[in-house]
Design a protein around this ligand. Structure first.
Ligand code: MN
Length: 322
């Protein structure tokens, strides 16, 4: 296990029987948990993570990745305040806990003020609802923090943080997967967004140069940026830096875009998967955000089943023709 390109699902924070059963029914390899609700106000302990892993394994699945500790575990490290080193030490502890629990990947981002959208109810194909961002419609762009934090500041804190945590990740056998800024527009709310371009990501990978640092390649964000997604996949894949894929897409690019069904967006999704497959990608793909379909649940069982089925069908075709 672990060395074939494969499809996962998840992105919930509670591994309920219903969700894990549904995942098993879809036939995925495993689960991504997004910021699971675990004990600990500042860091996570191995006993809780081991319990979580065993819970998922009871359904014949594995934990492929945990995506993000709570932002308050490392927001001051991102901003570089007096609390930074306290949080960095706790983050090192959490990485060690993940290693002890044999959880292979921890997703992270460098966005102290999170994901922004101007609409969560934009209609797309057949009236399904998607999120959208339009800089011209952004009425509230007030500072989210007490002062401005510019790009130089965020690059400096990124260097400090990664140089402190990556040696621990290497020792612990845990890989850190960096998600792009969403939306890739800088600044927002007075905070620079440094992970918003190919140039920025190349700089990040050079600063934090370790086999245990790589990408959660959010295809939606790369599509939002207007970068050439296929050649960007080729670039990072050739360096073994794509740990996993958020396989979603958008229509339009910054400053105005909306999410959409797979196949309706900027990216040729078959070509994207073929590029991964032929390039020897050994990680997994997950749907990420999906359109909200008729009578769908908050998690999006219908939209996710459709996206997962599309990915599985394309992968089966690539395997059959190889
Ligand atoms: Mn994403």
């Amino acid at each position: 296990m672990g060395d074939m390109m494969r499809i996962a699902t998840g992105q919930f924070n509670e591994p309920t029987t219903e969700l894990l059963s549904f995942a098993a029914q879809m036939g995925v390899s495993g689960i991504v948990l997004n910021t699971p609700r675990l004990p600990g106000e500042e860091r996570w302990e191995s006993r809780d993570l081991i319990r979580l892993r065993k819970r998922v394994e009871d359904f014949g699945l594995r934990i492929e990745s945990i995506e993000n500790v709570p932002t308050q575990f490392y927001d001051q490290a991102m901003l570089g305040t007096e609390e930074a080193w306290h949080q960095i030490k706790n983050y090192q502890h959490t990485i060690r806990s993940l290693g002890e629990a044999e959880i292979p990947i921890l997703g992270y981002h460098w966005m102290p003020n999170g994901v922004w959208r101007t609409s969560k109810t934009t209609p797309t194909r057949g009236g399904a609802l998607v999120t959208a961002f339009d800089m011209n419609k952004l009425v509230d762009n007030h500072n989210t923090h007490a002062s401005d934090f510019d790009a130089d500041r965020l690059w400096a804190t990124y260097e400090t943080f990664t140089h402190a945590v990556l040696p621990v990740a290497e020792e612990s056998g845990v890989r850190l997967a960096l998600h792009p800024d969403d939306p890739p527009i800088s600044p927002l709310g007075g905070v620079a967004r440094i992970m918003s371009s190919l140039k920025g990501f190349k700089k990040a990978m050079a600063i934090a140069d370790s086999p245990n640092n790589g990408l959660d390649f959010c295809m939606g964000c790369w599509s939002e940026m207007g970068e050439d997604v296929i050649s960007t996949i080729e670039h990072f894949l050739s360096k073994d830096q794509i740990f996993y894929m958020h396989f979603r897409d958008v229509q339009g690019t910054v400053p105005t875009f909306n999410e959409c069904f797979l196949g309706d967006g900027n990216v040729d999704i078959v070509e994207a998967m073929r590029t991964l497959y032929r390039g020897g990608f050994t990680g997994f793909l997950i749907d990420d955000h999906v359109p909200h379909m008729t009578n769908d649940t908050p998690w999006g069982h219908r939209g996710r089943a459709l996206a997962t089925g599309q990915m599985m069908g394309i992968l089966a075709a690539l395997e059959a023709e190889s």
